[in-house]
Design a protein around this ligand. Structure first.
Ligand code: ADP
Length: 733
């Protein structure tokens, strides 16, 4: 219901209430007063009628008295002369006196003369027989002999009520004794009543008691018999009845008289009430219309504009629009408040949009497959990664259910999980295969959860990661791992065999060379012949060379198989290098080189295997002397560099190309140009590298073609070797 309708209804009800209240007020105050006045007036009118009736009776009584106190009548009652009758008791007398009956009763009870007359038809009628019953001896109407009393009033006869008067017949000077009684009567018929009406001007009805009458007479009689002199009762809206009880000459209730009086005051009161109500209604309508006009203009139309504005914003969703209804009252305050809310909403909307944008961006660009599925398996939404990975477009998705894209092998398992999830259980790390549009199987791993609304499961959310590649990689890795395990087993077998072989080789090579070296040493002491001695020296060099090569080979194999171990001790490096320099000096001289040993003033100590350290340095010096053309210069240098000792062998030899430098430390590698010209196996540098690294050091070469070479290696100084985290000298420099 609209406010306008409500306001109209309230106004209508208020007007009706006002009218009702006015009516009730007027009815119980004003109209009650009017009715009281009306009752009073009616009673007065009834009294007037009664007065008029009394006047008629007294009229009859006066006539009776005139005739009764007259000498002629006094004589007539005795002689009954015709002359009196002829001159007095003619029809004209009845008509003039308006009498219906004359009775001359002698004091003996004999009726001297009696005549009844119909005034309407102007003819004589019989004397009513029931009247004679009132004339028996001792009757009230008959004066006792000698009495001078008279009586007048009403009696009821069969023909109707009668106004009656009786007087004792006396002389004209009112002297007795009374010779009889004179009775005059007049019917209280319509003619008589008309006379009353002409006097009182109100309709009058008279009913004898016992007559069949209208109910209002019965009610009036009942009330009048309870000693209420006058009874008043409205007959209708236009007339009111005033009732009175009339007793007969015996004092008995005889007649009920009703005077019908127009209700002028009452009707005036009613009209006044109606005008009063109409005036109030008119004033109410005027006030209501004005109020409605003002409400319509000032409130409802502006309110409607406000609602239209709100509806338009609700429909368009445009929070930038503002509502304007003008004015500076509560409504404009409401509009202002709504505009404020819209501004806040706009700001909140902006924040929400930004937040939504961020989450949408996250959702759409997530690499994981994100899906939302209704409880019946219908897809609700899914992100780009989901669609791109599985290849279904929007149209496909609209016609698909979750169960269509799950690989048949996983369906029963997934159904179980789905049931658990929608019954509120959290299930993580689900692995399931999904079928792409192209028929491929994608293995995904993830978890699903359920969204509830008011305790009812509404939809499920699933976030999955495509683990197909990872699975494939794992499988490949497994294969590789198994291959690697086979290889390692084969390698271990190989190492085991080579270890066996090395042991056998050492045994096989060392066993024959050892007696040769021992015999050669003995021969060198025993043989004196120069020519033979030369041969023995030759044998000794070759045997020693062969022994050294065997040692190199054996050491290399031991190094490769992890069987090479060091006998570590504190080594005074300067002293060791000085000894090596002294030992190598003859060799340098023999090959026409100069050998310089450049040592630090400090006495650096390293934890090393002295023999292996000597072996490394000698190897580098031998190479420098061997590959440097005669007349070259070789320098053995040592220095401390931080926590390390650096040992270098520098020569003025042919230098080594970059390509060769990278491979020099590989076993059996030799520069191409040296392979023909120099003997060797290419094991020295490889073995040196192995030994340096066993000492936790590094080995390197710096060389340029034609500019000589510098081979160097580093060893941790003893103080530094005890510290953790040694610094690589190369890295440091
Ligand atoms: P071998 O000396 O038995 O050949 P090495 O392992 O000691 O074996 O040396 C490998 C190769 O490195 C040598 O054959 C040689 O070609 C090259 N080489 C080593 N030292 C030098 C050097 N000081 N100057 C030039 N070339 C060198």
């Amino acid at each position: 219901m609209t406010l306008r309708t409500k306001a109209l209804m309230i106004l209508g009800v208020a007007l009706l209430c006002m009218a009702g209240l006015t009516y009730v007020t007027s009815r119980f105050t004003f109209m009650t007063g009017v009715e009281e006045i009306e009752e009073r007036d009616t009673s007065k009118h009834v009294e007037q009628v009664l007065g008029a009736l009394s006047y008629l009776i007294s009229d009859v009584e006066a006539d009776t008295a005139d005739w009764a106190s007259w000498d002629d009548t006094y004589a007539f009652i005795e002689d009954g002369s015709d002359e009196y009758i002829q001159s007095n008791l003619v029809d004209e007398t009845f008509i003039t006196s308006r009498l219906n009956l004359m009775l001359f009763v002698h004091s003996s009870g004999r009726i001297v003369f009696g005549k009844a007359f119909d005034l309407e038809n102007e003819e004589e009628t019989p004397i009513p027989r029931d009247l004679l019953a009132h004339l028996s001896e001792g009757s009230l109407l008959l004066s006792p002999p000698g009495a001078q009393s008279f009586i007048s009033g009403i009696i009821s006869l069969n023909r109707g009520p009668v106004l009656i008067a009786s007087q004792p017949i006396l002389t004209s000077r009112n002297e007795g004794p009374a010779r009889g009684t004179l009775i005059f009567a007049r019917y209280l018929n319509s003619e008589t009543i008309n006379e009353l009406v002409q006097v009182t001007l109100f309709p009058i009805i008279v009913h004898s008691i016992g007559e069949e009458v209208h109910p209002d007479f019965k009610e009036a009689l009942a009330s009048l018999l309870r000693d209420k002199p006058i009874f008043v009762k409205p007959l209708d809206n236009e007339h009111i009845g005033g009732y009175a009880l009339i007793n007969d000459i015996y004092g008995k209730p005889s007649l009920v008289l009703r005077v019908e009086i127009p209700r002028d005051a009452y009707q005036l009161g009613q009209v006044a009430t109606i005008y009063y109500i109409l005036t109030i209604l008119g004033a109410g309508v005027l006030v209501g219309t004005t109020t409605m006009f003002v409400i319509q203009k000032q409130v409802l139309s502006r309110f409607a504009r406000l609602i239209r504005g709100i509806n338009s914003i609700t429909t368009s969703g445009d929070t930038l629009t503002r509502i304007s209804i003008g004015g500076a009252d509560e409504l404009s305050l409401v509009a202002g408040t709504i505009n404020g809310m819209l501004a806040t909403l706009q700001e909140a909307g902006k924040d929400i949009r930004e937040s939504e944008e961020r989450y949408r961006d996250l959702f759409e660009n997530a690499t994981d497959l994100i899906q939302s599925v209704a409880i019946d398996g219908r897809f609700l939404y899914m992100n780009n990664a989901w669609q791109e990975t599985l290849g279904y477009n929007e149209e496909d998705i609209a016609n698909l259910s979750l169960w269509d894209i799950i690989h048949p092998d996983y369906i029963s398992h997934y159904r179980e999980i789905f049931q658990k999830v929608i019954s509120g259980e959290q299930v993580d790390n689900i692995e399931v295969a999904l079928m792409t549009k192209g028929g491929e199987n994608i293995l995904v791993e993830g978890n699903i959860s359920c969204r509830f609304e008011e305790g009812e499961a509404v939809s499920t959310r699933g976030i999955f990661r495509n683990i197909t590649e990872r699975k494939q990689a794992q499988e490949k890795l497994q294969v590789l791992y198994e291959q690697e395990r086979d290889l390692r087993q084969r390698l271990e077998e190989e190492i085991r065999k080579r270890t066996e072989f090395t042991r056998a080789l050492v045994h096989e090579l060392k066993t024959p060379i050892t007696p040769v070296l021992a015999a050669t040493e003995l021969l060198l002491e025993e043989v004196k012949d120069e020519r033979v001695l030369k041969l023995v020296h030759s044998i000794d060099r070759s045997a020693s060379n062969l022994n050294r090569r065997i040692d190199e080979l054996v050491d290399l194999i031991r190094g490769e198989t992890g069987m090479l171990s060091l006998n570590l001790m504190s080594v005074d490096v300067a002293s060791l290098l000085r000894d090596i320099g002294i030992d190598m000096k003859p060799v340098a001289v023999r090959s026409g080189h100069s050998l310089t040993v450049d040592l630090p003033s400090s006495n650096p100590v390293v934890s090393a295997d002295g023999d292996r350290l000597r072996q490394i340095v000698q190897n580098l010096l031998n190479n420098a002397l061997k590959f440097t053309p005669s007349g070259g210069e070789v320098i053995l240098r040592a220095r401390e560099d931080g926590d390390n000792l650096i040992v270098e062998v520098q020569d003025t030899g042919p230098g080594i190309s970059k390509a060769d430098q990278e491979r020099l430390f590989n076993p059996y590698y030799r520069r191409v140009e040296d392979r023909e010209r120099f003997s060797g196996l290419g094991l020295g540098l490889a073995l040196s590298k192995t030994l340096v690294e066993l000492h936790q050091g590094r080995i390197w070469v710096k060389s340029r073609k034609g500019k000589g070479s510098t081979f160097g290696f580093s060893l941790p100084l003893e103080t530094a070797s005890r510290k953790e985290g040694r610094v690589n000298p190369e890295e440091k420099s």
